[in-house]
Ligand binder design. Sequence first.
Ligand code: NAD
Ligand code: GLY
Length: 357
Amino acid sequence: MEKINVPLADRSYSILIGSGILSGLGKELSALSFPQRIAVISNPKVDNLYGRAVLDSLKTSGFSPLMFTIPDGEEFKSQKTLQSIYDFLIENSFDRGCGLITLGGGVVGDIAGFAAATFLRGIPYVQIPTTLLAQVDSSVGGKTAVNHSLGKNLIGAFYQPEMVLIDISLLHTLEPREVSAGLAEVIKYGVICDYDFFCWLEKNVVQLRNRDVKALAHAIKRACQIKSEIVVTDEKEGSVRAFLNYGHTFGHAIENLSGYGEWKHGEAVSVGMVVAAKISLKQGFCTQQDVDRLTQLLKNLELPIAPPDFPLSAYVASMQRDKKVKQGTLTLVLNRGIGEVFLQKTDNISSVFSSVL
Ligand code: NAD
Ligand code: GLY
């Protein structure tokens, strides 16, 4: 088992990465003196696959867990679902001496993490990410949120977990489309700060698509290292954490305009990265070859590279509602070649995007 520490003073925690480590959950939580009474939040699909293993491990170590499932899908990452989690916690008399576990992909992690952040002004929680996307990105760093009908993740909080437990063996039940979606966020790390990792990804396309455990373990570990280093430097996105939003503003607009759930988050980010790279090319910060390499890698991993057909005005209106817009100014994340990004402010979203769409 690998351990990556996320040193954030009194909010520090460890990311545990390994294959077959879910059964050790109870022991890990005992070592942390995690609360004895625990709400486990999942969805029916993940509960059927892994709920029993989680509950057994907890009970064997003396914990009292209670499972609550929310409906499966991005469209349920809503205030209504959040309310149902609060109802469950209150009806079952959970108090400040209790804890919460998120068991699922980014949807469960984000919404249940936000419930933990806000219930009784905050109870301790642990992330058990079960999709590749959640293992390489959403479970680390403490961003929690629900969507609003007008925009992604518009209601949320920064709230760090007490531990992240990543069991790579859980990925064998994922749909191929979900593996690809997770790989989009993995590629993002290569583009924003690690050229060698980007080259490694280019060379390991077949292994990654086939879910070779060694290749996945390397990709997950490197992704978590990069993300935790960035989060430790800038926990609340005052500076470099914004690099992690590469491809996201346009990606969020795709998700919002298409109707939540139609496009996977990672698929929308894939297209968003191509758009960001094309803007970077237009402004002379990278070459056509860089754009082609990124596009080819995404295609090889069966990710989309072209945006759905919405009018420019709809994309612009959606991006203007993005939470990263401040007083009408949007911060773009652009790439210098591959392996470096920088922030550029623009108050003319329309002209920047019209040049590449
Ligand atoms: P998801 O949570 O919807 O999971 C995708 C599908 O996989 C679901 O149907 C789920 O039930 C299923 N699933 C989960 N684990 C499985 C397993 N082991 N085997 C079989 N099926 C399994 O989607 P996602 O891609 O994991 O997460 C996307 C969400 O993450 C978006 O809402 C996005 O905004 C958010 N996100 C948050 C952050 C952050 O920093 N907090 C970062 C990136 C993305
Ligand atoms: N996924 C972006 C972030 O965690 O900052």
